[in-house]
Ligand binder design. Sequence first.
Ligand code: TXA
Ligand code: MG
Length: 316
Amino acid sequence: MAVVPATPQNIRSAAQSLRAGGVVAFPTETVYGLGALALNARAAARIFEIKERPSFDPLIVHVGDEGMLALIAREISPLARELMRRFWPGALTIVLSRRDAVPGIVTAGLPSVAVRMPSHPVALALLRETGAPIAAPSANRFGGLTPTRAQHVEKMLGQRVECILDAGPTQLGIESTIVRLEPHLALLRPGAIAVEEIEAVTGPLERVVDEGGAPLAPGRLAHHYAPATRLRIASSDDVPATERSAAGYLAFTHAPQGYSAVRVLSSSGDLTEAAAHLFDLLHELDALGLERIDVEPVPERGLGLAIMDRLRRAAA
Ligand code: TXA
Ligand code: MG
């Protein structure tokens, strides 16, 4: 059985698999990750095979402490330090200049490396037991729905990974926010930490939209994060009753009538709660075999920015 509870013993044996060049799925506070040794090109290459991910996409490297950070990044600026002090461990990924030790397959040949220190106790324990940085994208097939539970990983990748550490649903439910500091401040992917919070430290960040050519962040690809069922962004107010019966609806705050299945992101209108439930509820609706899923747009402030970013790509 690939899914095992994240007990200390199972974490130790997952770390052993990693050290032997294997690939394991593990929980972070954002989403489940698919991990391999970041400084071992062959191990990292297996991530791409398993995800069926085009190899031009760079991976996020997870570190558990200062020592691991020093192995992969150099010239850490005072502003980068300040962001780490403020948001690590946590859901902020920072793009830094990389050391030569980081294999090209991890960074897609870029001179930079994306790094974060996760706050999930299981992720931190796994890093500590492994004793080395772990490269890990989200543990889904390329372009598919983000996994927020071990069962989502099992459904998509179950046969392909040595082990899936299960610690229940992830707390934040949406991927980390990614920022770049050089050559100028930019938001590469809105995510689980509201951009407003980061800008309070950095000042204004440029919103980097798709920059043709090799993608800076494949989460930036127009079609990504997608369920198997056709998804469209539409408020129920604009959908006639006759078009509702074969479809599911993902509502922001309250359930409308007439849909075959309805899920509500946050009845109190809390965008952080909505982000935490987004992929979980999309997985549920996707499993029902409906003709279509309509999703109600949410306000684009706070985590609403990340939610709408994912929904637009899923609907593309
Ligand atoms: O919350 C998360 O960030 C999760 C958990 C597992 O940590 N990971 C995640 O990884 O979402 P992934 O591979 O699905 O997304 C990584 C993003 C990609 O869009 C990638 O292009 C971007 O990080 N990235 C990685 N290295 C980069 C670099 N050197 N410059 C710019 N973007 C980079
Ligand atoms: Mg991903």
